[in-house]
Design a protein around this ligand. Structure first.
Ligand code: GLN
Length: 230
């Protein structure tokens, strides 16, 4: 890039399929709340972004390795991550929930997971939650790189459940993924845009300033309403 932040192009790592935050339409366009927010913020603040759709864990690793300038991927602001990354102001509240196959009448609580396999997505808050309760409830985990592969392991009947962010699981269910939720959602962290600790402070400041402007102008609500129907 160039020296001044104004007009500079930043490479932003993101997930591949994490609808409604980032996904590809049938026409092949990469869209979603994160994508539209980042584009609108870039426009508002006068910089350019280039998305790198790497997968969640790969995007976080690329950031740590300095291969991308920032990550926007429904990334939860956790204490552990704050040791490595600087986060923007939170822009969306989330939480983890369990999903099971839509026609499964046997699983109604975590107790019913005893002796079974549970699908999780590598490097996510959902995985961390599942790992934190697996000994207590006596289940094992199987890992996947992306949400769709994780859902398919459940609908195929290999795993009996998966753990995913509530808005993402809810969206997948409305899209007919063949899952359902039978438990309450767990308290989760809010989503933030991340840069490497102590680096790209200017980008983070522009993100926060742009986000505040979008909230004030109504554009933030407009973007959310495009993807989430009440
Ligand atoms: N919010 C979750 C996390 O930060 C999942 C993010 C994702 O899978 N894109 O771990």
């Amino acid at each position: 890039g160039t020296d001044s932040a104004e007009g500079k192009t930043y490479v932003i790592g993101t997930d591949t399929t994490f609808a409604p935050f980032e996904f590809t339409t049938e026409a092949g366009d990469f869209v979603g709340i994160d994508i539209d927010l980042m584009n609108a913020i870039a426009e508002d603040q006068g910089f350019t972004v280039e998305f790198n759709s790497l997968g969640f864990n790969a995007a976080v690793q690329a950031l740590e390795a300095g291969q991308v300038d920032g990550v926007i991927a429904g990334m939860s602001i956790t204490e552990e991550r704050q040791e490595k990354f600087d986060f923007s102001e939170p822009y969306f509240d989330s939480g983890v929930v369990m999903g099971i196959k839509a026609d499964n009448e046997e699983i109604t609580s975590y107790e019913d997971l005893a002796g079974k396999k549970v699908a999780v997505k590598i490097g996510t808050e959902g995985q961390a939650f599942a790992e934190s309760i697996k000994d207590q409830y006596g289940f094992t985990t199987v890992t996947f790189d992306d949400s769709n592969a994780m859902y398919m392991d459940v609908t195929a009947g290999n795993s009996v459940a998966c753990f995913e962010d509530y808005p993402v699981m809810g969206y997948a269910i409305t899209q007919g993924v063949g899952l359902k939720m039978v438990t309450e959602k767990e308290q989760g962290s809010s989503y933030g845009f991340a840069v490497n600790k102590g680096e790209n402070a200017e980008l983070l400041e522009m993100f926060n300033a742009g986000l505040a402007n979008l909230k004030e102008s109504g554009k933030y609500d407009e973007i959310l309403a495009t993807y989430i129907q009440e």
